[in-house]
Design a protein around this ligand. Structure first.
Ligand code: C2E
Ligand code: CA
Ligand code: CA
Length: 762
């Protein structure tokens, strides 16, 4: 007893102090009260340690004082702890104050024992041949015990009430402490009435302290957590299944149970049912997430399956859970969205982008058969809209789309390319030209009020170069279509070798233009212009390309191409420069001849024509009146006000403006009267017709007279014979150009022929 209990007490003191420090450091709200309680438990245990080892009555007495006063301290801190642990609110704390006062008074009363000797005495007893010291209680000690019991019982009652009232999951934290306290209380009472010299119930006190420490600072209500998690999982809309390490289901939430048809908490068949429904999703190792499409094709359902493994701290698999979410609504919404993005709202056909994409995929899959790309266009659809209204127009488009749907052969892909154009990718074997021609020759659209014959054309491209971009394939089919665009008898045209070589040609000369200009392959030819006396007074500069491989190229072979891709501006600017360079040479040689240059309608899109021409004549120091500007009527077809302004600017700068190819288009003398035009060049077609057409001759005569009345000079192009020259002179025409005088020729040749005098002079 001398060694065992002191040893145990010392260990408990150390443990209590350690836990007290730990409670303080925990920074939890319970940290402080627990710290205080654990610290207060140290003096009674220490007091009993002293009593157990005391060698004299005096030392034992000191031990008893520490023990008894320490117990008051324990009761005080036990109260504080109880209030904090049980969350008791303010008014009840009044008891606390009363108890505190009483405990303080009791401690004072005990400490006065050496003076009055009223509390207790100490007597020595012999046990196992050892001398121990025992307390002999007097009235003071009885008061002390009554008070401590009162506090202790109060605390017990508080815990008892709490344990009864608390929810099931919280009962544990009260019950355990209550139980320990009851045991400690009984133990202590046993000691009081026994004649043991050492209070062994101190062990109980210390254990109580450690229990308090655990429950207040470290304990997490596992049961509560369990319950909360289970509820959380139950209330989730997705199905959840929990499996143990060998894959048996241990629990499923309600949606999960409903999904696999489990009732009454019997999860035996969950594994089997999941296997039937979704395949092996349970034993499949690892964490994964997948989307499964299931059910009938006309009413599919989608599920997101997510599996997660649960492992212990050492990474061993302890179980897993599976979540299954019905994703059908989202998937359907997504499909709807995708459908709307890929389908034209009017006809429900694929949009152009989607059609191209699908065709691209089909071509990449390298079909065994030959396939065609067909471009479908409704002629003059704009007019249909204008005349019959856009509702009828829409109706017509829907009819065409429906016909396309009906007639499209198997393995074909079709869609709406845009406004009034459609496209189809189809096997060549299914394309029956005769049948289609027949059908297109009589394509009638009608609604209640209107019946209209649609003129539809098809352009066909055979997919011979599958590596080509799909948009280019449709371009080719379209190109073929353009060759029959306005025909009524023929509705189908094929992209053929000729078109192919034309495309190739376009690519070649477009890529070579810049170098050709730099290397002087592009050069002006001059065609003389004569007056009524037959004297050459000027020339028209006409472009020629002397190609190193293809030889002499007429402008008809490249001008239309460059007009389409905008590179005509480069050619024209170069021609204007060359012309000014020639004029500046002539000026020095004192030759009064002019040069007419051509301006393409496209030039206006790529530069400020007036500023450009002004800049060039200034650069070469040429009198602007010597550089005549030929524009065609088509220039005035768009943006008329702006173009008119350019013409006025040119005129103000001193240029002479000529209207080229007059009479070839929608020419109108009416327009001419508002235009600052100095010369009209009557188109050579007029002259050709006038050879055997009296009416044409009369019109020409009138044009020449009327323009004269408007103060405009007339020039006739394409004069090939002396008779023509005579006739035109008789009509009053002032200037002439044509093979009768000379064909266009190289600049030196022109200069040799017509500038010889002035040349000699220079
Ligand atoms: P254009 O401006 O009407 O030029 C007159 C065309 O008629 C020239 O053809 C000329 O060679 C041809 N011609 C002249 N007299 C006769 C004749 O008596 N009988 C016949 N049958 N033809 C005659 P060319 O040089 O082939 O030019 C064709 C067209 O190319 C030009 O028609 C013009 O529109 C365009 N062009 C030529 N050079 C240029 C240029 O530098 N820039 C632009 N933008 N266009 C040009
Ligand atoms: Ca011309
Ligand atoms: Ca002309």
């Amino acid at each position: 007893m001398r060694i065992l209990y002191p040893g145990i007490f010392t260990l408990f003191i150390a443990a209590l102090l350690f836990c007290a420090a730990s409670a303080l450091r925990s920074r939890k709200s319970m940290g402080k009260p627990v710290f205080l309680l654990l610290c207060s438990l140290v003096p009674p245990v220490a007091g009993n340690l002293i009593i157990a080892v005391a060698g004299s009555g005096l030392i034992a007495t000191v031990g008893f004082y520490i023990y008894f006063v320490g117990m008051d301290l324990v009761m005080f801190s036990l109260l504080r702890f109880t209030f904090a642990y049980c969350g008791i609110s303010w008014p009840d704390r009044r008891f606390n104050h009363i108890f505190c006062f009483l405990l303080l008074a009791d401690a004072v009363q005990l400490l006065l024992n050496p003076v009055f000797g009223h509390a207790f005495g100490v007597c020595a007893i012999e046990l196992d041949r050892n001398v121990f010291y025992e307390v002999v209680p007097y009235v003071g000690q009885a008061i002390h015990r009554i008070l401590d019991y009162a506090v202790f019982v109060t605390v017990l009652l508080i815990f008892l009430v709490r344990s009864v009232r608390a929810q099931r999951v919280y009962k544990e934290r009260y019950l355990v402490i209550l139980l320990v306290m009851v045991v400690v209380g009984l133990w202590q009472s046993y000691y009081i009435f026994s004649d043991e010299p050492v209070d062994r119930s101190m062990i109980g006190f210390a254990v109580f302290g450690l229990a308090v420490f655990y429950f207040s600072i470290h304990y997490r209500p596992v049961l509560l957590l369990d319950q909360m998690l289970a509820q959380f999982a139950s209330e989730m809309s997705e199905a959840m299944f929990f499996f143990d390490f060998d894959g048996s289901c241990i629990w499923a939430n309600d949606p999960g149970a409903a999904l696999v048809g489990v009732t009454g908490g019997n999860y035996d068949h969950v594994h089997e049912r999941l296997l039937e429904k979704y395949g092996d999703v349970v034993d499949d190792e690892g964490d994964w997430c997948t989307v499964r499409r299931m059910g009938e094709n006309d009413a599919p359902r989608w599920y997101i399956l997510e599996k997660q493994t649960v492992s212990d701290r050492r990474g061993r698999r302890t179980g897993s859970f599976l979540r299954i979410r019905d994703n059908t609504e989202e998937q359907l919404a997504l499909l709807r969205e995708k459908y709307l993005a890929n389908h034209d709202s009017l006809t429900d056909l694929y949009t152009r982008e989607c059609l191209y994409e699908r065709v691209r995929e089909a071509i990449q899959s390298q079909p065994a058969e030959e396939f065609l790309i067909v471009y479908i266009d409704i002629n003059d659809f704009k007019i249909i809209n204008d005349i019959f209204g856009s509702a009828f127009g829409d109706h017509a488009l829907r009819i065409v789309a429906n016909r396309l749907r009906e007639k499209a052969p198997e393995n074909s892909i079709y869609g709406r390319l845009g406004g009034d154009t459609f496209g189809i990718y189809m096997p060549e074997s299914a394309f029956d030209e005769a049948e289609l021609e027949e059908e297109l020759s009589d394509f009638i659209v009608r609604d209640d009020a209107v019946e209209h014959h649609l003129l539809i054309h098809l352009g066909v491209y055979e997919v011979t170069e599958p590596e080509l971009d799909v948009s280019l394939m449709f371009d080719r089919a379209h190109m073929a279509l353009l060759t029959v665009k306005n025909e009524y008898q023929k509705h189908i045209a094929y992209y053929d070798d000729e078109m192919r070589s034309r495309v190739l040609w376009n690519q070649i000369i477009t890529s070579q233009l810049r170098d050709a200009i730099r290397d002087g392959q592009i050069r002006p030819y001059l065609q003389p212009i004569a007056d009524t006396d037959g004297t050459v007074v000027g020339a028209e500069a006409l472009v020629r390309w002397i190609h190193p491989t293809y030889g002499f190229l007429s402008p008809a072979l490249f001008i239309p191409i460059f007009e389409k891709n905008g590179m005509i501006a480069e050619v024209d600017k170069y021609m204007w420069r060359c012309s000014c360079e020639i004029l500046s040479r002539w000026q020095e040689a004192d030759s009064p001849k002019f040069i007419s240059v051509n301006i393409s309608p496209e030039d206006f899109y790529f530069m400020d024509v007036a500023a450009e021409l002004r800049g060039i004549v200034e650069e070469y120091g040429v009198n602007p009146a010597k550089l005549r500007i030929e524009i065609t009527e088509s220039v005035m077809m768009t943006d008329i006000e702006q173009r008119m302004k350019v013409l006025y600017d040119l005129k103000n700068d001193g240029f002479i403006v000529e209207m080229d190819d007059f009479g070839s288009g929608y020419s109108s003398l009416n327009l001419l009267k508002d235009m600052p035009v100095d010369v009209i060049k009557i188109d050579m077609m007029f002259l050709k017709k006038s050879n055997n057409d009296e009416r044409a001759r009369t019109i020409m005569n009138n044009i020449i007279h009327l323009s004269g009345d408007l103060g405009i000079y007339s020039l006739t192009e394409g004069v090939e014979t002396q008779d023509q020259y005579r006739m035109l002179s008789g009509m009053g025409c002032k200037l002439f150009q044509g093979f009768y005088f000379a064909k266009p020729m190289p600049v030196d040749e022109f200069e040799d022929k017509y500038c010889a005098e002035s040349r000699k002079a220079s």
